[in-house]
Design a protein around this ligand. Structure first.
Ligand code: NDP
Length: 268
């Protein structure tokens, strides 16, 4: 379990991940491994901030000399609002996950990081079924549509899928039922596996070349990926995204190339 500091008692450090909760984050372990791999004497910690205190806490961390912050749930919108220099993709996604405190600049590395993992995995077409329409779905759907994919969104609560597609615009539409046939990529952005729930999907319908991608990750394959594997469908879990979004944050802060292999090894 990651050691978590309240923002008022944040220790001397250069980087941090902030969230509420934040104890589950693997970012401190991953970035610390990156610093060690490059011989950098820098420290990355986990800092707990409640939603009402994000602005005040970021000002405080800046005064303490923190340089960069990764932002996790539920602070990505508040981080965007705190920033003065805003990357256009972060503005379109309405979410910032990476901050540079000195000049109050922000970017969103979730969208570009996700697209890089899709490029590396290789997909055989442009049709995507996205299951879920929560906070992380937004940047991912936007990046997919801007990358030329067509995204059908199915969500347990249909109104949220409609809201997401209205935000993303052309290239995104709502699916009434999660029918798996005809997609090059079937993407799970729900948190169903965190509660041990199974999604109402039938892998028999899926094309054999489909890539099953679950943003969640656990000690072994997630239930979503286990089920896909039983039908011979290849899969990718959320560790791929965790490493790539973290590597892009690292590169934006440091300028050089991130040691991805060391970061991957650190999170198992
Ligand atoms: P949110 O809470 O914002 O959204 C949760 C989504 O899951 C909603 O669409 C919700 O549907 C749906 N959902 C929850 N439970 C069920 C269920 N039992 N059956 C069907 N749908 C369900 O979460 P996030 O978007 O922040 O995170 C989603 C997942 O992505 C998590 O597993 C998280 O760990 C992972 N993640 C991974 C990252 C990485 O770096 N790999 C980065 C960010 C997230 P409804 O609207 O109906 O409630």
């Amino acid at each position: 379990m990651t050691e978590v500091f309240d923002w008022r008692s944040a220790p001397p450090a250069e980087y941090a991940v902030i969230g509420d909760p934040v104890h589950h984050s693997l970012s401190p372990r991953m970035h610390t491994a990156a610093f060690e791999a490059l011989g950098l004497r820098e420290r990355y910690v986990a800092v707990h901030i409640t939603p009402e205190e994000v602005g005040e806490a970021l000002d405080h961390l800046r005064e303490l000399g923190y340089r960069g912050i990764n932002v996790t749930v539920p602070h990505k919108l508040a981080a965007l609002e705190w920033s003065v220099k805003k990357d256009p993709f972060a503005v379109r996604a309405n979410a910032a996950n990476t901050l540079r405190l000195q000049d109050r600049a922000c970017i969103n590395t979730d969208g570009p990081g996700f697209m890089e993992t899709v490029r590396q995995a290789g997909v055989s077409g442009s049709e995507v079924l996205m299951l879920g329409a929560g906070g992380s779905a937004r940047a991912v759907a936007l990046a997919l549509v801007e990358g030329g994919f067509h995204v059908q969104v199915w969500n347990r609560t249909r109104a949220r899928a409609e809201e997401l597609c209205a935000m993303v615009g052309y290239g995104c539409s709502v699916a009434s039922l999660p029918v798996l046939a005809g997609y090059a990529l079937i993407l799970n952005t729900t948190s169903a596996s965190l509660s041990g729930d199974r999604l109402p999907i039938d892998w028999k319908q899926a094309d054999p070349e489909t890539l099953a991608y679950d943003l969640a990750y656990g000690d072994g394959p997630t239930p979503f990926l286990q089920d896909a594997r039983e039908f011979g469908i290849r899969g990718l879990d959320g560790r791929a995204l965790l490493v790539e979004q973290g590597a892009l944050s690292f590169e934006w802060w440091h300028g050089g190339e991130a040691p991805r292999e060391a970061m991957r090894r650190a999170i198992g």
